[in-house]
Design a protein around this ligand. Structure first.
Ligand code: FES
Length: 192
């Protein structure tokens, strides 16, 4: 055997070493592809998570389809209690309010008093007007309100709660539909 042939034979790995090297390369390739797959799945999962609403229609946190304007309590009646989505629907002279049921003081559920014509919290006595405005007691602010939207039969928006949580004027259309976004809450105004 010549010197060159001998050194070539020395440089060439034995068949078992070649096999080990191949297995190592295959393993690294598979590991890399698996990591890529996990990253892709994670990104897709996050995208879907943020792309779709987390709450179904009608449950608290999602959009509540209240129904037509004709179903509202009259101006002389107290607000309508809708416990399923934690709100009071209050029809007032100035317009409509969807009011969050939790007292902004320490989180108790307050109630409506027909006798006193106002909301009263049983825990520490905070009181609020029918529209949720603060009257007295330890609560730091007026009641919180949800954003409600009124649409006509074709889905065209007729009115919506303004950014300050003010009243929504009722349209003449008795068939217009009221929808309340219980995931969109506006804090009541601080007092004093
Ligand atoms: S929790 Fe309502 S007044 Fe304290």
């Amino acid at each position: 055997m010549t010197e060159a042939a001998a050194s070539a034979a020395e440089a060439k790995p034995a068949p078992e070493e070649e096999q080990i090297e191949l297995n190592r390369r295959e393993f690294l390739n598979i590991a890399w592809l698996a990591s890529l797959g996990i990253v892709t799945l994670s990104v897709s999962g996050m995208t879907l998570f943020f792309a779709y609403p987390r709450f179904r229609e009608g449950e608290f946190g999602g959009v509540f389809p209240y129904g037509p304007v004709s179903g509202l309590p009259s101006l002389n009646e107290g607000p309508e209690n809708i416990p399923k989505v934690k709100l009071w629907m209050a029809n007032t002279e100035e317009g409509l309010y969807a009011i969050y049921k939790v007292c902004p003081h320490l989180g108790c559920l307050y109630g409506w008093s027909d006798q006193e014509n106002k909301f009263i919290c049983p825990c520490h006595g905070s009181q609020y007007e029918k529209n949720g405005d603060y009257i007295l007691g330890p609560a730091p602010r007026s009641l919180d309100r949800f954003v409600l939207t009124i649409v006509d039969e074709d889905g065209n928006e007729l009115a919506q709660t303004p950014p300050d949580g003010g009243p929504v004027p009722l349209p003449d259309n008795e068939n217009a539909i009221i929808r309340v976004d219980t995931g969109n809450r506006i804090n009541g105004e601080n007092h004093g």
